[in-house]
Design a protein around this ligand. Sequence first.
Ligand code: APR
Length: 256
Amino acid sequence: MYPLVRMTDFPPAMLDAVRSARHVVALTGAGVSAESGVPTFRDAQTGLWAKYDPMELATPEAFARDPALVSRWYDERRQMRLTTQPNPGHHALVRWEALQRAGGESFTLLTQNVDRLHHAAGSVNVVELHGSLMVWRCTACGEEREELGPAFQQHPPRCGTCGGTRRPGVVWFGEALPGQALEAAFDALRRCDLFLTIGTSAVVHPAASFLHDAAEHGAATIEINRDHTPASDVVGWTLRAKSGEALPAMLDAAFG
Ligand code: APR
């Protein structure tokens, strides 16, 4: 049976691990953004997209086959994201990072999310493992632009510099993660003494293996997830709760 923690009685050893951590690494997934109204990647697709499997759309092959369709799907998600705000889970991670930095300690946020809600909340040391929905990259000249405006006039959008086709600046299935992001992640994992996996199904690698890397280096490990995941059976403690509730409550219990 995995070490299930109720929100009403955080184990003292877990709170000690939170208080004494010198190098915190938090891995976040779509569950952290869910309370901002951003559907998780594996939530049932709705409306026009109900007939599509997101795993089918989030691939280089899908973009090559139908760039307009894939561009429209990502642009709709981009537009929806512009109507959302960070939730208490995002803000709790900002508070925690500030507490760590004030104490001369470190806090690294590794996110699989492409919505930049961590940035919007004020997180500073954020590593985007899977890129960002808000950035679109020219497939010809490589120019990248952050798109915070209205819907694109055409799909896929054109590069203003060379006229080439622009694609979402996200990592698709089958593509390598950005080298700099991976390097930053492994550097943080080597130093970390407390690792949290928050709101992720823990099934997509390499992010899903970070928990094991951290544990191998002796880090204490905590999961916060609404549901059971493969990580639940190997972490030190698992909080079966929404991240927007568990993170603030855990920090209040640990730091007052
Ligand atoms: N609080 C905590 N956990 C939640 C909440 C919540 N409010 N809502 C949902 N969850 C959990 C779900 O139970 C699930 O375990 O968050 C997890 C979301 O899992 P996924 O939808 O698979 O998203 P994620 O883990 O981020 O996916 C990883 O794979 O889908 C690709 O590239 C995509 O970055 C994504 C990666």
